[in-house]
Design a protein around this ligand. Structure first.
Ligand code: PEP
Length: 247
């Protein structure tokens, strides 16, 4: 049985002070939740988040890192730094990193391999633009992203990775994918994992939906057979995220 996962992605929001206040408020609301609860936070917020989340069951993840160990990479942080700060999850391949910061498939593969090497828990994002969807090329686009990201990853390593399917046109737009659209792609990703690896790996891997998830639409999306929870941006900045966790 795959454990459901409700993950927040704060993006460039929340100061360290706000981080502590928010986690103090939400921790009792999600205490004892059946699903795993996790927030990806900006690097500067990591120490405050790790401290505030200690003993609450809430996991803390890093929104970004660089795949080299150390050196002349001004402005970047390494996995050793993140790990030392007490973080276990890392987000890879978010569409904002791909489009605004020009991260390509080669980088994303390097990041996934590095995260696995460093024994971090990676969450890999994939998703199509509106243009790709309208051309009817969604499934082949997602397949190419997944095949490239998982190049060199073993079956056991893949099973421990979380995939987040996030149609770009649904991120931060309020325009959520229909449950059928979300299930179709998440189901196709699971079939693809079975094809690349085997049925057991496909059965173990968790696949989330992300894109304008909110307390009203979460339950229907998460009830789909191949959707194991959500990656949530805007709605993870409010304590009503509790309702998404419970959905
Ligand atoms: C995201 O940032 O991954 C996301 C899905 O954002 P939102 O929920 O705001 O659409």
């Amino acid at each position: 049985m795959r454990r459901k996962l409700a993950a927040g992605n704060w993006k460039m929001n929340m100061t360290p002070t706000q981080t502590k206040e928010f986690l103090k408020e939400i921790a009792p609301l999600v205490k004892g939740a059946e699903s795993e609860v996790l927030f990806f936070v900006p690097a500067i917020d990591i120490p405050a988040a790790v401290e505030a989340a200690a003993g609450t069951g809430i996991g803390i993840g890093a929104e970004n890192f660089y795949f080299e160990d150390k050196g002349a990479f001004t402005g970047e942080i390494s996995l050793e730094m993140i790990k030392d700060a007490g973080v276990s999850y890392v987000l890879i391949g978010h569409s904002e990193r791909r489009t605004i910061f020009s991260e390509n498939d080669e980088w994303i593969n390097k990041k996934l391999l590095k995260a696995i090497e460093c024994k971090m828990k990676p969450m890999l994002c994939c998703g199509e633009s509106l243009e790709i969807r309208e051309k009817g090329e969604t499934l082949s686009w997602i397949e190419a992203q997944i095949r490239s990201a998982f190049n060199g990853v073993s079956a056991d390593q893949a099973a421990a990775t979380v995939i987040a399917y996030e149609p770009i046109w649904a991120i931060g737009t309020g325009k959520v994918a229909t449950t059928d659209q979300a299930q179709e792609v998440c189901g196709m990703i699971r079939k693809l994992i079975a094809e690349i690896y085997d049925a057991d790996t496909a059965d173990k891997i968790r696949i989330l939906y992300g894109g304008s998830v909110n307390p009203e639409n979460a339950a229907e999306l998460f009830a789909q057979p191949d959707i194991d929870g959500g990656l949530v941006g805007g709605a993870s900045l409010k304590t009503s995220f509790e309702k998404i966790v419970k959905a």
